[in-house]
Ligand binder design. Structure first.
Ligand SMILES: *Cc1c(COP(=O)(O)O)cnc(C)c1O
Length: 407
């Protein structure tokens, strides 16, 4: 570490001329505030229906809420829980991986509980990347990916998913690989496009990862919200166990996005690496909620079927309303979101469209264009969340029809 005297001397030499440094470090240039903050503030100010940010307007199961209350009252998790997460939750995660995917993990060494998937993603990027490493991720990106890759000093390399079907171009993926490529950051079901990777696509990606000895981090927070197709964890494919960090979370599956309980599964070496950074981010989080999520994960299969069917119905309701209003609708295979195109209205810019939408129609949406490095690819794409009550979706569809549909 540089001595205090040395620091003082250096400052003395240049104090008059030195230009004022920007406060935010340069790695985070261009990552000021998330679009969700701007659009949610707009929703508040205008009273518009907020189909911007993806959170349900109905809480998850009453029994799970009660489990959290019981944990609080009984003093479970009110003090720092174990760094890896409470044993009940780690075991519930391994039981879940076995029940749904036939995967065997050791709850003591292969599961790490995190403050939501968000912390898991950050901890994984900070643990696994060296400055200058290249990370390939699908664009449009989930917004925290660009920030986490930047905080690790690494370089994001986008693989663009293009309308109308948003499939990954696997030849293009191969062509993006360089000697600096370290990691693939995958998200399926994919926010915002709703793409669910097929077994064939995943197999091709896995083969590439093995051939080039890449690490893979998979964001599977919508694992139970695949309406068409089937969610296949990449880690279940040959050669992937020792190179895959799988991330999921309770927020979307159980409609408790405020609880921030997520988890990482992977080999003991990978989990230990992620744990090293995670312990200095939050150390631990969400004590009592960990017990409640352990109970949630053990809910019967019917719970998981019902939430998927409920959201499928809502997807269909909003998709029909948007199509009626004249939007180009790209029906998603999964997630909470429908991507649309506003070019049929003569619009040229999704951000300007979304800023005007509350006044024009009383609805808030989010421009996908901000999730692309190649802005042309998504310039007129707008995302609507459908994880809302049916009557709210119906009202939003009605407003959009009145504002846009030609008689
Ligand atoms: C919501 C979301 C997350 C964040 O999950 P938390 O558990 O709330 O931190 C991560 N990735 C994607 C793709 C998401 O949509």
């Amino acid at each position: 570490m540089a001595g205090a005297a040395g620091d003082a001397g250096a400052a003395g030499d240049v104090s008059e001329e030195r230009p004022r440094r920007a406060l935010l470090n340069r790695r985070l240039d261009g990552l000021g505030t998330t679009i969700f903050a701007e659009m949610s503030a707009l929703a508040l100010r205008t009273g518009a229906i907020n189909l911007g940010q993806g959170f349900p307007d109905t809480d998850g199961p009453e029994s799970v809420r009660e489990a959290a209350v019981r944990a609080l009252r009984d003093g479970h998790g009110n003090q720092y829980p174990p760094g890896m997460g409470v044993p009940e939750l780690r075991t519930a995660v391994t039981d879940h991986q076995k029940r749904f995917y036939g995967l065997d993990f050791d709850p003591d060494t292969e599961v790490l509980v995190t403050a939501g998937a968000t912390e898991a993603i950050a901890a994984a990027m900070l643990a696994l990347l060296e400055p200058g490493d290249e990370v390939i991720a699908f664009e449009p990106f989930y917004d925290s990916y660009a920030a986490c890759v930047a905080m690790a000093g690494a370089v994001r390399v986008p693989l663009t998913l293009r309308a109308p079907d948003f499939r990954p171009d696997l030849d293009r993926l191969r062509s993006l690989l360089t000697p600096r490529t370290r990691l693939l950051l995958l998200n399926s079901p994919h926010n915002p496009t709703g793409t669910v990777l097929t077994r064939d696509e995943l197999t091709a990606i896995a083969e590439l990862a093995v051939e080039r000895d890449l690490l893979v981090v998979t964001d599977e927070v919508y694992e139970h919200l695949a309406f068409d197709g089937e969610h296949v964890p990449l880690v279940s494919l040959p050669g992937m166990r020792e190179r895959t960090v799988s991330i999921s979370s309770a927020g979307k599956t159980f409609s408790f996005t405020g609880w921030k309980v997520g988890w990482v599964t992977g080999s003991p070496e990978l989990v230990a690496a992620v744990r090293t950074t995670k312990q200095f981010l939050t150390y631990v989080a969400s004590g009592p909620f960990q017990y409640a999520v352990a109970e949630a994960l053990a809910l019967p299969d019917t719970y998981y079927e019902d939430i998927r069917e409920d959201l499928r119905t809502k997807r269909d309701l909003l998709a029909a309303g948007l199509a009626d209003a004249g939007f180009t609708v790209y029906a998603p295979q999964g997630t909470y979101f429908i991507t649309t195109d506003v070019a049929p209205f003569g619009e040229k810019d999704a951000l300007a469209f979304c800023r005007a939408l509350p006044e024009r129609a009383g609805v808030v949406a989010v421009p996908n264009s901000v999730f692309y490095d190649h802005p042309d690819a998504g310039r007129t794409q707008v995302r609507f969340a459908f994880c809302k009550k049916q009557e709210v979706l119906a009202e939003a569809a009605d407003r959009l029809r009145k504002a846009f549909a030609r008689p």
